[in-house]
Design a protein around this ligand. Structure first.
Ligand SMILES: [Zn+2]
Length: 262
């Protein structure tokens, strides 16, 4: 389960933001409003100078409400989906703070920051986005699995998200993206499902749990797989047994893939 979990953690960090484009002409630049980044920084670190210059680019290359940040020399480059443009300034300040904390942490910089009101606002906003998101993308096989899991473990109380197939992957099994309210499941389960439908339900349960459980925010770090989550995860019937069957099935699928391509 460990490798699987690590990958899920990675995918949950920001399912939407990984793709970053270098080509400048891909962006329609909006260089106005960088003052907001400095403001966001000063609210977190009232004692410090703001030693960076910042750029914000709004682009179509993200899913709705996707965003990322890069450090280049002294420049903080933010890329934001256009949908952020219509969001209140308070919430956008929280977004910039969240992104800065992430990149400072990745650089192992001593910048702990404070969990400000703005980050709470931002997280509240993200947690409630699903309400307004149209559910237009629902694969029938995945819906079957979702309905079983919802009925059995959530009293049918979880509102259906978008349910889509991902790549044919044996390592990246599933993800839930809060911002687009979408569960994505590896296509490998299309085949595995024929022999053992519980394997798909097992992964589906993990992802539905994310939707139901949301996330806890702690100093700008979102904890998706905290101990409460782990405890609930183990409530899947015969957790250990299904986990073992899943590992074995994936092993076989990997071998098959290698033979197929050799
Ligand atoms: Zn997860």
């Amino acid at each position: 389960m460990e490798a699987y979990n690590n990958i899920l953690i990675f995918r949950h960090i920001y399912g939407t933001i990984i793709k970053f484009l270098n080509a400048q002409d891909e962006y329609k630049c909006n260089m106005a409003g960088e003052g907001i980044v400095e403001e966001a920084f000063r609210l977190m670190y009232p004692e410090r100078d703001f030693p960076y210059s910042a750029s914000i680019k709004y682009t179509d290359h993200f899913n709705d409400y996707g965003a990322n940040v890069r450090f280049r020399g002294n420049v903080l480059e933010f890329g934001l989906s256009r949908s952020w443009r219509n969001v209140s300034k308070e919430i956008r300040i929280g977004l910039f703070q969240e992104l800065m904390l992430k990149i400072f942490a990745r650089r192992k910089m001593e910048m702990r920051g404070m969990n400000t009101m703005h980050i709470d606002l931002y997280n509240g906003f993200v947690k409630n986005l699903h309400i307004a998101i149209p559910k237009t993308n629902i694969e029938p096989l995945l819906k079957g699995s979702f309905d079983r899991v919802n009925e059995r473990y959530f009293y049918g109380q979880v509102e259906i998200p978008n349910l889509v197939w991902g790549e044919h992957s044996t390592t990246s099994l599933g993800s839930y993206n809060f911002k687009i309210d979408t569960i994505r499941i590896s296509r490998v389960f299309e085949k595995l499902n024929e022999k053992d439908p519980e394997l798909l339900d097992f992964v589906m349960y993990h992802e539905v749990l994310h939707k139901a459980h949301k996330f806890r925010n702690n100093r700008g770090k979102n904890r998706y797989h905290d101990s409460a989550f782990r405890m609930k995860e183990k409530q899947f019937e015969d957790f250990e047994g299904v986990d073992t069957r899943l590992k074995n099935a994936l092993k076989r699928a990997r071998i098959k893939k290698i033979l197929w391509f050799s």
